[in-house]
Design a protein. Structure first.
Length: 333
C-alpha cells in the first residue's frame, strides 16, 4: 500500500520568516539604541558640569565685585563722616570767635558804628513829611526806629512768623512795630506782610491800609495772635512788596524783622531783588529796604550759625537798596 505525501504550504513558511525577521530587526534596533544611550548621557553630564563650573566662576566674580564696591562705599562714608566732623568743629570755632567778638563790643561802640551807617543811609525828608512833622518835632536823633531813619510816607512791615520768632522774640517784635508806629506821626499808607508774602489783612491785599488810630491799634492787636506759615526766608515778602506797591511818586520803606534765612542762595536773592527794585533816574532804588535782626539763636542756644545767613543777606540788601541793617544785641532790653 503506497503512503501519501504531505503537502507543505510554502506561503505559511514565508510569512513566519517575515515575522521573525521583523522581530529580529526591532530587537537589533533596541540593542543598538541601548548601546549609544549611555554615551549621550555621559556627554550631557559633562556639559552640565562645565556650565556649573562656568556659573560658579561668574558668581565668584560677582561676589568679588560686590565686596569691592562695599569696601569703597564704607570708605566713602568714613570720609564723609570725617568731613562732617571737621565742619562741625570749624563751625563751633567760628561761633566761639564771633561770640567773643560780640562780648567785647560795648554799647558805645555799637552806637558809633550805627551812627556812621545811618549817616550814609539817611534820606532827605519830603515836603509832605515835613508838614506832617511840623507839630511834632522831637530831637532829630529820635527820627529813628531801632537805629533806622524814619523818613518815608508809606511803610510796609515784613515779619518772620516762623516758630523760633514766635516762641522767643514775638514780644520784642510787637514792641518794635509799636515803636515804629509811635515815631511816625502820620503816614499815607501802611501794610503788613509775613516773610512768605502773606497779608495780615487779606481784605487789603494789594492795597494800602489807611493810617488811622483804629487801624494802628488793629495791627498791634492782630500781631499778638498772628500765626501764618513761614519758611524763614524774607525773599517772598520783599518781592511781593516791591511788585505790588512800587510807585515812582511814593517814598516807600520796607521793615524786615527776622532771625534766620533757612534756605536758598544769598546771591540769587540779591540778584532777584536788584532786578525788581531797579534804580530810577536819580540813581535811587524804587523801594528802600531796612532790616532788624533778632538774635534768637544766640540768646537761646549761644550759637550764631543759624542767623548768619540772614545777617549776610540783609546787610547786602540794605546796602544795595538804600536802607540800614540793625542787629539787636539781645532780646532783652
Amino acid at each position: 500500500m503506497r503512503r501519501k505525501r504531505r503537502v507543505i504550504e510554502t506561503l505559511s513558511l514565508s510569512f513566519l520568516d517575515s515575522i521573525s525577521c521583523g522581530f529580529g530587526a526591532i530587537i537589533l534596533l533596541l540593542v543598538i539604541s541601548k548601546i549609544f544611550e549611555p554615551i549621550r548621557l555621559e556627554e550631557s553630564n559633562r556639559e552640565l558640569e562645565g556650565l556649573l563650573v562656568q556659573y560658579e566662576q561668574e558668581l565668584n566674580e560677582i561676589l568679588g565685585e560686590t565686596e569691592r564696591v562695599q569696601r569703597e562705599r564704607i570708605s566713602t562714608d568714613e570720609t564723609v563722616e570725617d568731613d562732617r566732623v571737621q565742619i562741625v568743629q570749624l563751625q563751633r570755632e567760628l561761633t566761639r570767635i564771633r561770640a567773643a567778638f560780640l562780648e567785647r563790643q560795648d554799647d558805645a561802640e555799637i552806637s558809633g558804628e550805627l551812627a556812621g551807617r545811618l549817616a550814609q543811609a539817611k534820606q532827605s525828608l519830603t515836603d509832605e513829611m515835613e508838614r506832617l512833622l511840623a507839630n511834632n518835632k522831637p530831637d532829630p536823633s529820635e527820627y529813628k526806629v531801632g537805629g533806622i531813619p524814619v523818613d518815608s510816607e508809606y511803610i510796609i512791615f515784613i515779619v518772620d512768623t516762623s516758630g523760633s520768632m514766635r516762641q522767643y522774640a514775638w514780644d520784642r517784635v510787637q514792641q518794635q512795630i509799636q515803636e515804629t508806629l509811635d515815631v511816625y506821626p502820620e503816614v499815607k499808607g501802611m501794610q503788613v506782610l509775613n516773610d512768605e508774602g502773606e497779608y495780615m489783612f487779606k481784605s487789603y491785599r494789594g492795597e494800602w491800609i489807611p493810617d488811622t488810630p483804629a487801624r494802628r491799634q488793629a495791627i498791634v492787636d492782630a500781631m499778638r495772635n498772628w500765626n501764618a506759615f513761614s519758611n524763614s526766608s524774607p525773599r517772598e515778602g520783599i518781592l511781593e512788596a516791591i511788585d505790588e506797591f512800587y510807585d515812582p511818586d511814593k517814598k516807600i520803606s520796607l521793615y524786615v524783622y527776622s532771625d534766620d534765612f533757612a534756605q536758598g542762595s544769598i546771591n540769587a536773592v540779591v540778584r532777584e531783588v536788584d532786578r525788581r527794585n531797579q534804580i530810577d533816574a536819580q540813581g535811587n532804588r524804587r523801594v528802600r529796604i531796612h532790616a532788624v535782626a533778632f538774635p534768637v539763636y544766640y540768646d537761646v542756644t549761644g550759637a550764631l550759625l543759624s542767623a548768619e545767613r540772614f545777617a549776610i543777606l540783609m546787610r547786602v540788601l540794605c546796602q544795595r537798596n538804600g536802607g540800614t541793617f540793625v542787629a539787636l544785641p539781645s532780646l532783652r532790653r
